[in-house]
Design a binder for this molecule. Structure first.
Ligand SMILES: Nc1ncnc2c1ncn2[C@@H]1O[C@H](COP(=O)(O)OP(=O)(O)O)[C@@H](O)[C@H]1O
Ligand SMILES: [Mg+2]
Length: 276
């Protein structure tokens, strides 16, 4: 079984919180009927860093990350978050556990009939007993952090696509997640909007000190935002490491993925200054 920088671990090691590794995935398998999507995934997600998951469309990237917050059950193996075996969680432990995570969807998935403020307040009203004034302060703070001050009373339809994305992120941040998952945040965006979303991911990672997991099939993002990169193919991680490891991979598929993207390794340096 290939581990690609995700070392084999004993049960005891998996059940310990690790300062460096926030999530550890070992031997994860998942089938839907005859479709054997995940075939033994081994992966480490680094705490406080931007972790990029690359892979072709349909490779199983979304399926894999859904297991991290128990939106799906693995058939075999699994994921350990801070040493907690996700699959061992009891129903009553699940809601507080899921609050570790924030999800930022491809489309902002806002309620069109609610104002920006009400959209962002929603998770706090659902999951906490905080008084209205405190909820307002938190929402104002997140909107301000994302350059959205003054949009409180606007409706999503009145905002640009890029702004709606940032509102989606502000909403994901109100509960102070430790881990942010962005599933294809730039798919379908033009280059400038893509650049802005990438900037937003980096600045949010720094400002809120979160562990970021970014799912993408865009090599350009590798050198713009990633501090770790892992590639999923045929149900396993075939390469994992620093961005330069991907560029210098000996795996033929990774090489092809890199060469057809038009991204060159010389672009890597800019990122290292930006991202560290
Ligand atoms: N809930 C589901 N039921 C059945 N098949 C699914 C389900 N979710 C995903 N799949 C299948 O799993 C495979 C991987 O999907 P996905 O993780 O969405 O790929 P991607 O890498 O593009 O995110 C696809 O073949 C998809 O059809
Ligand atoms: Mg997907």
């Amino acid at each position: 079984m290939a581990f690609h920088n995700a070392a084999p671990l004993s049960d005891e090691e998996l059940q310990k919180r690790d300062d460096k590794w926030h999530i550890r995935v070992r031997g994860m398998e998942k089938s839907f009927g005859d479709n054997h999507v995940l075939r033994g995934v081994n992966l480490d997600i680094e705490r406080g860093k931007v972790n990029l998951i690359l892979g072709a469309s349909g490779a199983g990237k979304s399926v894999m990350v859904k297991h991290f917050m128990l939106l799906l059950h693995a058939d075999k193996g699994g994921a350990w978050v801070d040493g907690i075996n996700v699959f061992g969680l009891k129903t009553k432990e699940l809601i507080p556990f899921r609050r570790k995570f924030g999800m930022v969807f491809q489309f902002a998935a806002l309620f069109d009939s609610l104002t920006v403020e009400d959209n962002c307040s929603f998770p706090l009203r659902e999951h906490t007993k905080k008084p209205k004034s405190e909820i307002k302060d938190i929402v104002d703070d997140r909107l301000e952090a994302l350059g959205l001050a003054g949009t409180q009373k606007k409706f999503p339809g009145e905002l640009s696509g890029g702004m709606r994305k940032r509102v989606g992120l502000a909403r994901a941040l109100v509960l102070r997640p430790e881990i942010l998952i962005y599933d294809e945040p730039t798919t379908g965006l033009d280059p400038l909007a893509t650049y802005n979303v990438d900037e937003m991911i980096i600045s949010t990672a720094e400002r809120f000190n979160v562990t970021s997991i970014v799912i993408s099939h865009d090599m350009a993002s590798v050198f713009r935002i990633a501090q770790r990169v892992s590639m999923l193919r045929n149900g396993v991680i075939i390469e994992s490491g620093l961005p330069e490891d991907i560029f210098h991979s000996e795996d033929a598929y990774v090489q092809k993925f890199v060469s057809t993207s038009g991204v060159v390794a010389s672009g890597l340096r800019a990122n290292q200054e930006l991202g560290q």
